[in-house]
Design a protein around this ligand. Structure first.
Ligand code: 13P
Ligand code: SF4
Length: 327
């Protein structure tokens, strides 16, 4: 079930004043603001780096600052902390979780894993630090297919927690990974009916989709990829119109990069056109300002969790570098 995002005013500052104050913190404090594409446009525009989970993890691994301000959801900020245990990592709203990460509790996953003793575990980065400690390697939507393909064909693999992404990888690689039964509440409800209606009305438009969508949606898509992948596709492709099956935040970058093109976001169903991730949208300019001012809420993790969770993330970054997916 979707959580409602009720963001009440926390200060008396206008947005223009908040932006000015955040820019001052950026100048006076040794910080970096990392933001995901699903953040509100005002946060994306003030960040030092905006990207997908892979780009954010890579930038977090390179950060040489006193404080990382992570404008995203909890698992992303946790990843930044794991990669920078000695750096303070703050997040505008500590409650900004993720339905996919929540769908995979550590005790249940541990029981599940024990049923497949000789299997490798590949976990999507949208999982808690505890799940990362139980994984052999982490992947993101930006490297998942290639990362799975880097394992021998006969390797037995558990893929967690997103069954839609896992099913998509199985379909394109011919693997039969065992899938944990988790989904993203935003992408999982994007309807094929709505897409077909949009395609009928806009026959010239291309459909691009995030692999967290269900298989029938992905089968209709002209392109399936991470947020960065979708953005690059619209920048390089010569169509003028796109039907976009993902969270609304990405359209901000698409419109900025290609103002002459038209982007239509897929409605979740006939009655709702808001594909906002309720967790991503918990972060506001006010909360961003307050977390930079107060230097909290801070991400705190036990040392042993950091040590164990770091290994599969580093393995992912190493493999991604070898495969030229990142520099
Ligand atoms: P990307 O890594 O593709 O940006 O995906 C993150 C996410 O949470 C998608 O729901
Ligand atoms: Fe999690 Fe889905 Fe929100 Fe991404 S869009 S943070 S997977 S709930």
């Amino acid at each position: 079930m979707k959580v409602e995002t009720k963001n009440q005013r926390l200060t008396t500052f206008t947005n223009a004043e908040l932006i000015k104050k955040i820019l001052e913190f950026k100048k006076n404090k040794n910080v970096v603001i990392l933001a995901h594409f699903y953040q509100i446009p005002e946060i994306q525009d003030i960040a030092d780096y905006v990207g997908d989970s892979l780009g954010l993890a890579q930038n977090a691994s390179k950060a040489d600052v006193n404080m990382i301000v992570f404008a995203g959801v909890h698992f992303m900020a946790e990843t930044a902390k794991i990669l920078n245990p000695d750096t303070k990592v703050v997040i505008p709203d500590l409650e900004a979780g993720c339905s996919l990460a929540d769908s995979c509790p550590k005790d249940k996953f541990s029981d599940f894993k024990s049923k497949y003793p000789d299997y490798k575990v590949i976990s999507y980065i949208n999982c808690t630090a505890d799940i990362k400690t139980m994984s052999d390697v982490i992947c993101t939507s930006g490297n998942a297919v290639k990362l799975v393909e880097s394992f021998p064909k006969e390797e037995k693999i558990i893929f967690a927690p997103d069954k839609n992404l896992g099913g998509y990888i199985n379909s394109v690689t011919g693997r039969s990974m065992v899938l944990w039964d988790g989904t993203c509440e935003v992408h999982d409800i994007l309807s094929t009916e709505a897409i077909i209606n949009l395609k009928v009305k806009n026959p010239e438009a291309k459909l691009i989709a995030h692999p967290e969508c269900r298989a029938p949606v992905l089968e209709l898509a002209d392109y399936v990829g991470s947020t960065t992948g979708m953005l690059k596709y619209t920048m390089q492709d010569n169509s003028k119109k796109y039907i976009v099956a993902t969270e609304t935040g990405l359209l901000h970058q698409m419109r900025k990069n290609c103002p002459e093109k038209e982007f239509i976001v897929v409605p979740a169903d006939e009655t709702c056109s808001c594909n906002d991730c309720p967790y991503m949208k918990m972060n506001t300019l006010e909360k961003l300002y307050l977390c930079m001012k107060n230097e909290n809420p801070e991400i705190i993790l036990p040392e042993n969790v950091i040590e164990q969770a770091k290994k599969p993330i580093i393995r992912m970054l190493d493999i991604s570098k070898k495969l030229n997916l990142i520099k």
